[in-house]
Design a protein around this ligand. Structure first.
Ligand code: PMT
Length: 408
């Protein structure tokens, strides 16, 4: 996670780590929390130290790790109480059956259970265990006891377990755990887009010629991903509908992967029908698709030339124009930038269009910067100098915010 979420920055997170093979994921969680600006205090049970050393967490968090209730090393005799009092949230990941049972019964015979008993902060548990253990009646009772006291569970997920069997007991993915933590500390309430659901499309759609070949374009997805991350960091709930890219799925964002323009239309339309507040179409959507994709790889039986019949793809923005939500399009042009952008703004019934000259070498496709002009329905034009795609994203979202406010 390369950005700092306003809600996590400076927050005191107690990361409880217990003795499961899934401990290795706790290292990734700790790393991403620190990257997001959180102050992470790790509390490990004795069995956790069989799987991963406290030095690993100390190196990542740059803070001492509590491993024992009577930890002579710590400079605070009752370290667990100090931790409990300053915690904004407690996350136990992985949470074993044993620690869940101990917490459900009020035990405090180690540093972690003592912290949990002493804190008033929200406690989230991300279980990891064999499926049969998770299904056990005693476990069911412990979980419902804790839920009745306001504890939250993240997962566990379905999948292959340490025993090799398939079942429900896997520690959830890091992004799912982080998302739940972010929500628990009011992530969604920080930032000027808090409470909004923003849908962003990104990347170049892929129109199949046959099972092997596609028609696509030069979009890397960088501009769309930057808009999605900026919206997330300003507190919005974000759905990113993306064609294939080489970019890493951003954390704390619902990523919907699509291939063709038709697939993208389906996902965009469903998000808008579900009540999204805004759509930003940064994706490079194919205007044409092969009239019929071959079922098998086409053989080189033809002479030196071959004709491919193309038909128009559905215009996504035009199709969803009557659905609620602020609509922002992009215009990728190589000539008459403003004239072509104005025509699309009107034809597609948009609130804003972001015009960019994609013949430029320092802006547009695949580079980290962009040079855009933002046009609105009233004919106003906001010409922006070359800047990072993230800064372009924030300028677009500023305008979206303004439109949403004006409509309230
Ligand atoms: O992804 P990057 O490498 O960062 O590059 C960024 C970008 C250049 C791709 C981006 O800034 C950009 O210009 N995206 C829009 C590309 C595009 O398809 O523009 P267009 O002028 O062909 O389409 C106009 C608008 O209609 C776009 O918002 C597009 O998403 C949308 N569209 C297009 C075709 C279609 N069938 N349905 C649509 O909704």
């Amino acid at each position: 996670m390369t950005t700092h979420f306003s809600a996590l920055r400076g927050k005191n997170v107690i990361l409880g780590v217990t003795g499961s093979i899934a401990c290795y994921k706790a290292v990734d969680i700790a790393s991403k929390l620190v990257q997001a600006g959180a102050v992470v205090d790790t509390v490990m049970t004795r069995s956790a130290q069989q799987f991963v050393s406290s030095l690993t967490f100390r190196s990542l968090t740059h803070r001492s790790v509590v491993t024992d209730l009577f930890d002579a090393e710590s400079d605070d005799a009752v370290e667990h109480v100090a931790l409990a009092l300053r915690a904004d949230v407690v996350l136990i990941a992985p949470a074993t059956a044993n620690v869940i049972a101990k917490i459900a019964n009020g035990f405090a015979d180690d540093a972690l259970t003592a912290v949990v008993l002493a804190t008033n902060a929200p406690v989230l548990l991300a279980p990891a265990m064999e499926g049969r253990m998770w299904a056990n009646a005693a476990m069911r009772q412990n979980v419902s006891t804790l839920e009745s006291r306001g504890f939250s569970f993240i997962g566990p997920a379905e999948g292959r377990l340490a025993s090799g069997e398939m079942g429900r007991g896997r520690l959830e993915e890091t992004s799912t755990v982080l998302n739940a933590l972010y929500e628990a500390i009011g992530g969604g309430s920080a930032g000027d887009l808090a409470g909004m659901h923003v849908v962003v499309s990104a990347g170049g759609t892929q129109e199949p010629i046959d099972p092997v070949r596609i028609i696509t374009n030069r979009s890397s997805g960088k501009q769309g991903y930057a808009i999605a991350e900026a919206a997330r960091d300003r507190g919005a709930r974000v759905t990113l509908v993306t064609a294939p890219t080489a970019l890493t799925d951003p954390d704390l964002i619902e990523v919907v992967k699509v291939g063709s323009a038709r697939d993208m239309l389906a996902s965009v339309e469903s998000a808008l029908r579900a009540g999204a507040d805004a759509l930003v179409m940064a994706a490079a959507v194919a205007d044409w698709e092969p009239a019929s994709a071959a079922g098998q790889k086409m053989k080189k039986t033809w002479e030196t030339r071959m004709t491919l019949e193309l038909t128009k793809t559905p215009d996504i923005l035009a199709t969803v124009r009557e659905l609620p939500g602020v609509k922002v399009g992009f215009a990728a042009e190589t000539e008459d930038l403003l004239g072509n952008a104005k025509e699309k703004l009107s034809r597609k019934g948009l609130d804003l269009i972001v015009a960019n000259d994609v013949s430029a070498t320092d802006a547009g496709f695949n580079v980290d910067n962009n040079r855009v002009v933002i046009l609105d329905r009233d004919g106003a034009q906001e010409e922006l100098p070359l800047m990072s795609k993230r800064d372009v994203a924030d300028r677009i979202l500023d305008r979206v915010r303004g439109i949403v406010d004006a409509r309230r």
